[in-house]
Structures are given as C-alpha cells and as structure tokens.
Design a protein around this ligand. Structure first.
Ligand code: ACM
Ligand code: ZN
Length: 533
C-alpha cells in the first residue's frame, strides 16, 4: 500500500471507530443502524432546537442544560424551523406504540427525534446525548444513525434512603438526573425510618423539631464502636418537596414517597411516645438494624396520626402510589401490649401477623380514599394481602412470585440482584452493610421470575434498585455505590431480554465511564481495573 493510501485508510478507520464508540448507547436500543461510511454531522452553537410541541420544552431545556454543563455552550430554541442544522423534537407515533418509544434519526440536515409521547422524545434526546463525543468541544460531531427504541418495562426505579443519612435538595436533584440519564422513570423516596423523619407535616411540628434529628450515630458497622456525638438530620419542607417533584416531572421521573409503618418508626415515637405500645421514652435511633419499638396497632390515635400525615403527603405527590413500608416489624411489643391483644381478640384475628395485615389494610382504605394506591414491601403478604395492594419484592423473588400468582401488581427489587448498598468487590474497599453484588450479577438479573406463566408475568410492572444509606453518609459514596451498577440495571429494565449480552455491554460500558467523567461522578473502579469475581 502506498503511504498516502495507508494514511487515508487509517484515517477512515479512526473515524469509523469514533462513530462506533459514539453509538455505544446504554441501555441498548431495540434497533440501531450506523451509517456504514462513518458519516457525521456537527452540532455547534449555530444549531437550533425546534420544539414542535409545548410539552417538549423541558426536554429542550435538559438538552441545553447538559450542553452548557458538559461542553460550555447552548442552543437557541424555536417553535418552527426549516432547513439545515436543526434538532427537531416532535410527538408522532412511531412503529412501536409503547409509552416512551421513540425514533431518532441523525441525517444530513440535522437530528429528528419523534416520540410516541413527550417521554419518548425525552428518551430520544437521552440517546442523542450518548452520541456526542466524550471530549469537551464547541463543535460536536455526531454519527449518522437511525434508532428505533422503546422500553421493555414501564417501571424502572431507583430508591434513595434519606433517613439513615440526609441528602440536600440539590443532591436529590442530581440523583434524579442520574435516573433520567439512564432512561429510568421512578424515584422512590424513602422519607422516614427509625433514624430520622424527613418530610414537613404542618399539623405535627414535633416531627420536624424532634423526629428529624438524632444526637449521635454509631461509628463503624452496627452495633458500632462507640458513637460520633454529631447531631445529624434535616427534613424537606413541603415547598422543597414540590420543587423536587416538578424537577423530576420535567425529566419524566415519577416520585413515590415512602412513609414507613408500623415498623421503622422510632423517630416518630421519639416525638410521640403515646403512639408506641410501652409509652417510651424513645429516642431517634443512633444505631441501625431492625428495631423492636414499633407503632401500636391497638391504639386508634396511631391511625389518626397517620391519616393526618397522609392528608398532607398525598397532595404533594402527583403519583398514584403511596408506599407505606410494612417491612421488618418485629411483633415483640404487640405480643405483650394490652391494646394490641385486645384488637386481636375484638377482631377475631389469628395472631400478630393478621394484626399487621389489619394495620396495612386499614391504611390502604384511607390511601384509596385519597385516590391513591398502596405499595408495601413483601411483608404485606403476611397475614393476608388485599386484592389491590402493590407488592415490592425485596426478600428475594418469592414475595413477587406469590403476589403475581394472586394477581397483585408487583415491583421486583430482590436483595440478591439490586441492593446497591451491598459490596461490589471482595474484600470490599469501603464500609458497606454486607452482601456481595458485583456488576455482572446485576446485569444478569431477569425481572420476570421463571416460575411465572406469561399471564402472571403481566403483573410485574418492572424493577428497582435500592440504596439504603446506613453506610452511605455523603454524596460521593452514593455515586460509588451506584456506578456502574445502575448503568447495568438500566439495560435490564429497558432493553429487550434477547438483546442483553454482557460482553457487548462491557464494550459500551467503557464509553459510559468517559461519560461518568463528564458528569463528574465518583464511580467504583473495580470493573475498570479488571476485577473478576
Ligand atoms: C428492606 O430492605 N427492609 C425493605
Ligand atoms: Zn400495642
């Protein structure tokens, strides 16, 4: 080969490689065709965004926010536009009619993103972001591609526990951005627990003055080596909650609040000792683990209190769901409490498990009266599940299988595959709760348990990862636990089952790590460093 043709060949090869690495989209789209000759177009500050439908304004704002943050420039927007160098956002039915489905075309004249609905256009825009170079530049080359895509599951969630450690509104928004950047669509906000109450309830100011703060926290792994003596806490005002909900809605993320009951309520009891079986005294918990002090199921004041809370919480969240926890409620106190035992006798209940079922079902009726549906952890199966409650299966897949067979809606979130508080290498390189959940295991998760028939599988809405924060005390640790596992989960929940392939994912993941750098996130480096379990 002559020298000049060798250079030409090398140049074309390089361009094609760049084009391919710029089509390293995660989660993997249903169909992607990259221009075989490596043709590209350029997005620069001269490119315009055409917003064909008002509901797409927030999508254009997200795109501009990203361009500004990462590349240092933004684009003018216009409701109409003809000619070249345009990014056209439009709602139009694509081949696939699923909500969130979209078609993205990068062609000679610019970019066209059509979505079945506004969410679809948003996801198409997310794919466009992943076609951009991972080096900062004011002139962004984008490979010519045709993408057709739609999500597999309608529920693609992430839970953040803000009770064990409090995170600011600004950081909660960043967490929501991570959800959006992964084409996920639910933020489950774990707002209350033994270690702190985190939402303003105007009728009960003691929740903010007492339940929202603890005086100290154990040092090291539970039960701990002493205490740090540092007051920790905080809560979100109702105005802040509304701000977060709006921020999430602009990113097509639904926020589901969780108010724990009847267990995980010691912070509440610290302010209202009359709501416990023994009358206290109680303190906002300073250690972790499962606590025996729970709300009394025989005391009607408990229900009146919780109804007050629901009265204020329900209007803050447009979601049709309210999560009531229901997990890990030891029955020790109920067994020796005269009021609880009287309730069991009066209602002819078999035992304390049926008392728990009574508790949850009584609250479900109230939640339903507000036009909302109840979600609970899989313990709500014990002692009898109502026909309408939604089960979040966390103690493995068993609860989800049982609930789907009973024709109850299910969200899969088993510890074995999606507990992001678990360690990701052995031995772990930071303090974690325990467990072992490497990247490959998350990627290998199949949310439809094989025990379900095709008909029963319809009841599985999707899945979610949970980030409990006993040992996640600050934002960079949140990110350390999330990345890259959250990226693997996004593909599990979005992409077609038959398209999932770990080797192929790993190739695309290399490019995703460059994006993490653009986002300035603190990721775990085990996979990058070649860790094999
Ligand atoms: C849970 O992890 N206790 C739901
Ligand atoms: Zn009691």
């Amino acid at each position: 080969m002559k020298n000049s043709s060798f250079f030409l060949f090398s140049f074309l090869f390089l361009i094609t490689q760049i084009a391919f690495s710029q089509s390293h989209i995660i989660p993997k789209p249903s169909e992607i065709t990259v221009s075989p000759d490596g043709k590209q177009i350029v997005i620069s500050s001269k490119t315009k965004i055409v917003i064909k439908n008002k509901s797409l304004t927030s999508t254009a704002e997200f795109l501009n926010g990203y361009l500004r943050e990462v590349y240092g420039f933004e684009l003018t927007t216009t409701p109409v536009g003809n000619g070249k160098n345009l990014i056209v956002l439009d709602i139009q039915k694509t081949d696939n009619t699923v909500s969130g489905g979209y078609a993205l075309s990068v062609h000679q004249n610019g970019v066209s993103i059509k979505g079945n609905d506004a969410a679809g256009v948003f996801y198409g825009m997310q794919s466009l972001l992943q076609l951009l170079p991972t080096q900062k530049s004011s002139s962004l080359s984008v490979p010519m591609v045709e993408i057709k895509d739609a999500p597999r599951f309608s529920y693609r969630g992430m839970m953040l526990d803000v009770s064990r450690h409090f995170f600011s509104v600004a950081y909660v928004k960043r967490f929501i951005d991570f959800i959006a950047l992964h084409k996920m669509n639910v933020f489950h906000w774990h707002l209350t627990d033994d270690q702190g109450w985190r939402v303003e309830v105007k009728k009960h100011p003691k929740l903010m003055s007492i339940s929202a703060f603890r005086d100290s926290t154990i040092v090291g792994h539970h039960p701990g080596k002493g205490k740090d003596g540092v007051r920790h806490g905080g809560y979100y005002t109702q105005e802040e909650i509304k701000e977060v909900v709006k921020y999430a809605a602009d990113r097509f993320v639904e926020v589901i609040p969780e108010i724990e009951m009847p267990g995980h309520s010691e912070a509440t009891l610290a302010a209202f000792p009359n709501l416990g079986c023994t009358g206290g005294p109680y303190i906002v918990a300073q250690n972790f683990g499962v606590h025996k002090e729970v709300l009394c199921a025989g005391n009607d004041d408990v229900f009146a209190f919780l109804q007050d809370v629901i009265d204020e919480i329900a209007p803050l969240f447009p979601s049709k769901y309210i999560h009531v926890g229901g997990d890990e409620c030891p029955k020790d106190r109920w067994k020796t409490c005269a009021k609880c035992q009287k309730r069991i006798k009066d209602l002819n209940l078999k035992d304390e498990h049926e008392l728990q079922s009574y508790f949850i079902q009584r609250m479900e009726k109230y939640i339903n009266s507000k036009g909302k549906k109840l979600i609970g952890w899989d313990e709500i199966l014990e002692g009898g599940l109502s026909k309408t409650a939604i089960v979040m299966s966390w103690r493995g897949e068993k609860g989800g299988i049982e609930a789907a067979k009973q024709k109850n809606t299910v969200i899969m979130t088993p510890t074995t595959y999606v507990y992001f508080d678990y360690g990701q290498v052995k031995p772990e390189d930071s303090l974690v709760i325990g467990g072992f959940l490497p990247l490959e295991k998350v990627y290998g998760y199949e949310p439809i348990p094989k025990e379900l028939t095709a008909d029963e599988a319809q009841y599985v809405l999707g899945g979610q990862a949970n980030l409990w924060t006993e040992y996640v005390a600050y934002p960079s640790k949140v990110e350390y636990m999330l990345f890259p596992r959250m990226t693997a989960l996004s593909e599990v929940l979005w992409s077609k089952k038959e398209q999932r392939n770990y080797d192929d994912f790993q190739k695309r993941l290399l490019t995703q790590f460059q994006r993490y750098d653009l986002w300035k996130v603190n990721y775990h480096k085990a996979w990058l460093n070649g860790y094999k379990k």
